[in-house]
Design a protein around this ligand. Structure first.
Ligand code: TNX
Length: 472
């Protein structure tokens, strides 16, 4: 059966401007070629291999970089004789390629798309600490995310259960806490060597994705304390924990060993991370006295800056004095967080991840066999029908760096589990982060989303067939 011809607007996230020319259609045939200016060669290669075409001079599908466009913006023109794609930078071009690939083929609908993102930070998070995912699996996940123009992948690398990044000088972190049985319920093992971490960063960079590493502190540190008992208050060993409790472990604010460890780790991670951010966690420090929490952060929040990065922290950090460049990552579902409002008023940028809208580990409905429900059930419409600039008092558009959809892995075991919770809610959050606010519409979104079902079926992707969508 022949696929129905796409409309020019059948794209997620919805482009900023779509002007169809319904009389025109460009048909990709086996002799169609892709051509590109030198600075667009890598992106052209990506497009050609996705479509099974050759790159050749004077091609019918032409890729150019046009510095007058926004860096992540692009302009796509489809006529009956040619396809011209211009990007503000190779990254903008790459997003234009994602649009082109969604429009399918062999028949491409005629017209012009002019597009650019609403926010510069459009993120997804994957928790490698509660369950480790291999380099291969994370690569596959990146391939999925970029289709929806997600440009940051936040990796939660450490927690009470496991420590998932090699730190030279502290070998027991990964020998002990990256070993067998360190995932929730004793699954595991796994950690990234520095070479594997570099490989992942390179793979992400080739797809214009920035890796944001997170080393969670001062709480969520049982795995570090298991490996190095000198990091506990009394220096006594702790026992291994693979349950899903939170809030019981803490680094000790009044001990110099703490800061020697923390600075070494932060320096190492900054040195091996090409992206501009280091996420220092800071969430759920229920066993850290609040005075100690502030003391700890006063010493630790400047460290990413010392090693050339911008600090991000979960929004609890807004209780402390924040460096000017620090980014506050809002997550708890409460509709009012006075410290976050205060930080925004003082000029700090905010990333929005309200758990009741963006937490991909929340169950879709009561029957969902994976995930948690502490922030409520999270259907597709719930993840789509909200606006980041309306979420918190005093935190409007100009305070926002962007949005992120976190996926915590307590209940996950396989890449199929990741995909099941990611699709189709990640496309909803991706559209929230990319498309102009006034253009978003649930009925339009659910119709466009339905068309992805057959494609995911064909690719063997285990997505959730939500009853909110009329899948074909
Ligand atoms: C809260 S969100 C946490 C994580 C859990 C998650 C489960 C956040 C900053 N902390 O430790 O994994 O809930 O949904």
């Amino acid at each position: 059966m022949r696929a129905q011809k796409k409309q020019l607007s059948d794209v997620i996230p919805l482009p900023a401007s779509v002007r169809p020319a319904p009389a025109a259609t460009f048909t990709i045939i086996s002799g169609t070629t892709v051509s590109a200016a030198a600075e667009a060669a890598a992106v052209a290669g990506h497009l050609a291999s996705a479509l099974g075409l050759e790159v050749a001079a004077g091609g019918d599908i032409r890729l150019v970089v046009d510095g007058s466009l926004e860096p992540e913006g692009y302009r796509l023109e489809i006529t009956s004789s040619a396809v011209t794609l211009a990007g503000g930078t190779p990254q903008g071009l790459f997003w234009g390629v994602q649009t082109l690939l969604q429009l399918g083929g062999p028949e491409l609908p005629g017209g012009v798309i002019e597009d650019a993102p609403r926010y510069p930070y459009r993120g997804a998070m994957l928790d490698l600490a509660r369950h480790f995912f291999s380099v291969q699996e994370v690569r596959a996940h990146i391939d999925l995310l970029v289709q929806f123009k997600i440009n940051h992948l936040h990796l939660h690398l450490t927690d009470d259960q496991g420590w998932r990044l090699e730190i030279p000088g502290w070998p027991r972190l990964t020998e002990v806490s990256g070993g067998a049985g360190t995932g929730v319920d004793g699954t595991g093992p796994g950690f990234l060597t520095l070479a594997e971490y570099a490989d992942l960063n390179a793979y992400a960079a080739e797809r214009f994705v920035t890796i944001v590493p997170e080393i969670d502190m001062p709480g969520h540190v049982n795995a570090a304390q298991l490996a190095y008992p000198e990091l506990t208050a009394d220096g006594q060993p702790v026992s291994q924990r693979t349950d899903a409790e939170v809030g019981y472990s803490s680094l000790v604010a009044g001990k110099e060993e703490t800061y020697a460890f923390v600075e070494d780790v932060i320096k190492t991670v900054c040195d091996v991370t090409p992206g501009p951010y280091l996420h220092i966690g800071g969430d759920e420090c229920l066993s850290t006295p609040s005075e100690d929490y502030r003391t700890f952060l006063a010493r630790v929040l400047p460290l990413p800056g010392k090693y050339g990065k911008r600090a991000i922290g979960w929004h609890e950090i807004a209780a402390a004095d924040l460096p000017e460049t620090a980014v506050v990552h809002y997550w708890r579902p409460e509709a009012d967080e006075p410290n976050v409002t205060r930080a925004a008023a003082a000029g700090r940028q905010i990333i929005m991840s309200p758990a009741d809208r963006t937490y991909l580990d929340m169950k879709y409905d009561a029957e969902t066999h994976l995930g948690l429900d502490w922030a409520g059930l999270l259907g597709v419409r719930q993840s789509y029908d909200w606006d980041p600039a309306d979420r918190l008092p005093g935190v409007g558009e100009e305070a926002l760096l962007g949005v992120e959809a976190p996926l915590w892995s307590e209940t996950l075991r396989t890449l199929a589990d990741v995909q099941y919770l990611t699709l189709p809610r990640l496309p909803a959050v991706a559209e929230v982060g990319w498309s102009p606010r006034g253009s978003r519409d649930w009925d339009s979104f659910r119709t466009r989303l339905a068309a992805f079902g057959p494609r995911w079926d064909a690719a063997g992707i285990a997505y959730h067939r939500s009853t909110e969508i009329d899948w074909p």
